[in-house]
Design a protein around this ligand. Sequence first.
Ligand code: GMT
Length: 385
Amino acid sequence: MTDRLNLAITCFPTIGGSGMVAAEIGLAMAERGHRVHFIARDLPVRLQGQTRDILFHPVTESDYPALAQSGTYPLALASKMIEVANQERLDILHVHYAVPHATAAWMAGEVLGAKAPRIVTTLHGTDSTLVGIDPSYLPITRFSILRSDAVTTPSAFLRRATWDGFGIPPESCPIEVIFNFVDTERYAPVRDRQCLRTLFPDLPENEPVLIHVSNFRPVKRISDVVSVFAAVHRTRPCRLVMIGDGPERPAAERRIRELGLEARVAFLGGQESFTQLLAASDVFLLPSEQESFGLAALEALSCGVPVVASNAGGIPEQVLHGKVGYLAPVGDVESMASHVLTLVNEPERWQLFSRRARQHVLEHFQLRPAIERYEALYRRLTQGT
Ligand code: GMT
């Protein structure tokens, strides 16, 4: 195949939106016949068992004592990028999350000179809105974004936040918005409440189940998830499924115990696959402080599960208020609870929102068109047009 691209992807391998998006892009590009490499600390979770199609190059660091705590990972990553680019004649190096990946890519490009691949940086959120604009990292992150051959964001919100946060004039750094996407076959509206009974054996037929999936970081406002659930439960008994792990989990578990609701809440920790539980739930909660996109909400919509969320960041670009879910200002847990009650108390409205949610995802957030956008971008860069 003459137009086969030689593509390397760098991302964080942990469970989380940016790593998932990177892994899905890699898998889809390999399926389209491109040669795909991952350069990362570990194989991303989503790629485990898929290494037939993907070449994995682990980044290894020296254990020399003087280097401990000095943060040499970006150097080891850049060195691995140089090694892979030299051996493989890479066309494209696509890095996900700017800090420190875009900087490592820029360093590698400087060393490789004329042999350097084109660098694509996809910003995912906190790399632009929190970490990247922290004065400790701002100048080098800004510089690395500007030195990328192309920059993409998963929402128009994040594009604007990047230009504003880094003080970058839009004309000096065009940013292409390529919405995040979802595999609509994997995330399908197959409602089997039986799987919820493995968590709640006494679950009555009509008792609503709320669900939240995240990394339980402060930005997700986990205490608001608990408050919304508790407020709904006061009016209409319900259950809550909490998927994921992170620093806010212990406090949430403590509060649930204080409320005496532990039999009604299942904390499942990090799960590789939870589509069945998601599709069987009634409302997805995402009350985040900040969210460049909110991939977990998109997965819920794809399963036909209406979303009640904050109106932060890029969430309104996918969760259409009053159509596929409801939005409220950050921290307004009373409004969020009342929106949940509207959905669970009016089955016809729930059905309508559920159908529209699935349709909305099929029309705007499918994997294939997004992959075609990335592929077209790679081609433009390699053909220099
Ligand atoms: O906050 C997370 O959920 C993790 C984080 C990441 O870097 O993986 O997610 C960011 O990227 C996702 C994929 O593009 C987005 O869906 C999330 O909205 C974004 N998180 C934030 O902006 C806080």
